[in-house]
Design a protein around this ligand. Structure first.
Ligand SMILES: Cc1cc2nc3c(=O)[nH]c(=O)nc-3n(C[C@H](O)[C@H](O)[C@H](O)COP(=O)(O)OP(=O)(O)OC[C@H]3O[C@@H](n4cnc5c(N)ncnc54)[C@H](O)[C@@H]3O)c2cc1C
Length: 394
């Protein structure tokens, strides 16, 4: 039973203050809603000389535009990020398909950002309408017809019209709300390494497709970059156990020449999972970002999908508030699910098709892959379409 005396009231409670949860908190608080944000761990403060976060994301133009309206993008620009103008895909280093920002009359195709800096830039936008509970996590969830109450590990209880679960792929809130999910672990995992490169700051991100998995380079600010190496999970774990000097040797052997004489600074590895929540809401709990879906990071879409969830959800909530409607109604949440679930599923399936076509060496599939790349190399229209898709427009 809830002790009424200790229950604190908010319009919205958000569990998880990662990139997606923090963006939702900023958008709703700027519209005047009272927000409680519950997060296990605060992002570290920015130090200009600190080593970049190993977790980096490619942020498309659609996400950038929304983050700019929230005020976070200019703050991030003053910290650290790296724009890229070209995106390259190839099997053989000598036959490269290049997608250019100029082809779609843009100054850039996207940016590579450090996850914890983007999170911090959003946290710096929290105003008086955001009450931060950090470090803190949820121990229980209780729902009534017109509110949802979360109990924190401190014993405090927060009541609101809606609880947003933005607590990542292993969402505890999703489980507390009784929402099931389906998915699988991919055969491959990926090693991510921060490298020093011999080149000045680069404007290109590239991906080489090989039968054992893609090898990618993402430019970071200055003479640094992030290398992503997809392989069988056992091999990735072996690579991750090597010293930076040993890993540098392996990387120079396995990667194409455009990588240059890089030097590994730090590395980590990630399992790759696909997860799709059976539904995006239950009662007054709604899922957003990785709590609703995790996708193969092959084409760097995960958090961009999360921001698309966040943008739509916050627009629906702000509109409901403006009309004095219930901001946690089944009708609102159904409308959110109806728009976002098919869009996210489509992207997940497209990535899986991509993974199948580009990640194996069965001769007919190899032929198909070569055909796709050679057609893409010659077709201006196809290149324009891919570039548009990469920036997040239709
Ligand atoms: C190797 C790799 C590369 C990727 N590259 C890209 C890319 O290039 N582009 C892209 O768009 N996406 C990329 N992604 C995906 C992207 O990282 C995720 O989609 C993104 O981090 C999801 O953000 P989120 O805020 O939904 O969840 P998370 O980043 O997982 O954040 C969840 C937050 O909730 C907090 N939390 C968790 N549980 C609790 C709890 N019980 N109580 C309180 N707080 C809690 C966590 O501390 C965390 O801050 C990549 C992923 C991987 C693995």
């Amino acid at each position: 039973m809830t002790n009424e005396k200790t229950v604190q009231q908010f319009d919205i409670s958000i569990v998880g203050g990662g990139m997606v949860g923090a963006a939702i908190a900023v958008a709703l608080s700027q519209a005047g809603l009272q927000v409680a944000l519950i997060e296990k761990q605060a992002p570290p403060e920015f130090e200009p000389d600190s080593a970049p976060d190993l977790r980096v994301s490619s942020i498309n133009l659609a996400s950038e535009a929304w983050l700019a309206t929230l005020g976070a993008w200019p703050v991030l620009e003053r910290m650290r990020l790296c724009p890229y103008q070209r995106l390259q895909a190839f099997e053989q280093p000598h036959s490269i398909v290049t997608f250019n920002a100029a082809d779609i009359k843009r100054s850039h195709l996207g940016h590579i950002v450090e996850n914890n800096l983007l999170q911090l830039a959003l946290w710096q936008q929290f105003g008086a309408n955001v009450r931060l509970f950090c470090p803190s996590s949820v121990t229980a969830l209780e729902q009534t017809a017109d509110s949802a109450i979360v109990t924190l590990d401190s014993g405090e209880q927060l009541s609101s019209k809606l609880v947003v679960a933005a607590d990542g792929g292993n969402s505890q809130l999703r489980q507390l709300a009784g929402i099931g999910s389906n998915g699988w672990q991919y055969r491959q995992a990926c090693l991510v390494a921060l490298v020093n490169t011999p080149y000045p700051q680069q404007d290109v991100t590239w991906q080489q497709f090989t039968p054992s998995g893609p090898k990618a380079f993402l430019p970071l600010s200055g003479q640094q970059g992030s290398v992503v190496w997809y392989e069988e999970a056992t091999k990735v774990k072996q690579l991750a156990a090597l010293s930076p000097a040993q890993l540098t040797q392996q990387l120079l052997k396995a990667f194409p020449p455009q990588i240059g004489e890089v030097e590994v600074v730090a590395s980590s590895w990630f399992p790759l999972a696909r997860m799709d929540a059976n539904r995006y809401y239950a009662g007054r709990v709604v899922l957003a970002g990785d709590a609703a879906h995790t996708i193969n990071p092959l084409a760097g879409q995960g958090v961009n999908l999360g921001f698309a969830d966040a943008k739509l959800l916050t627009e629906l909530i702000i509109d409901a508030r403006r009309h004095n409607n219930d901001i946690g109604s089944a009708q609102l949440l159904q409308s959110y699910q109806r728009k976002r679930k098919p869009a996210n599923l489509l992207m997940m399936s497209a990535m899986d098709g991509f993974y199948q076509v580009f990640g194996n060496d069965i001769p007919p599939v190899r032929k198909l892959r070569q055909l796709v790349l050679s057609v893409a190399a010659r077709s201006t229209m196809l290149k324009t379409l891919v570039a548009r898709y990469a920036v997040g427009s239709e």
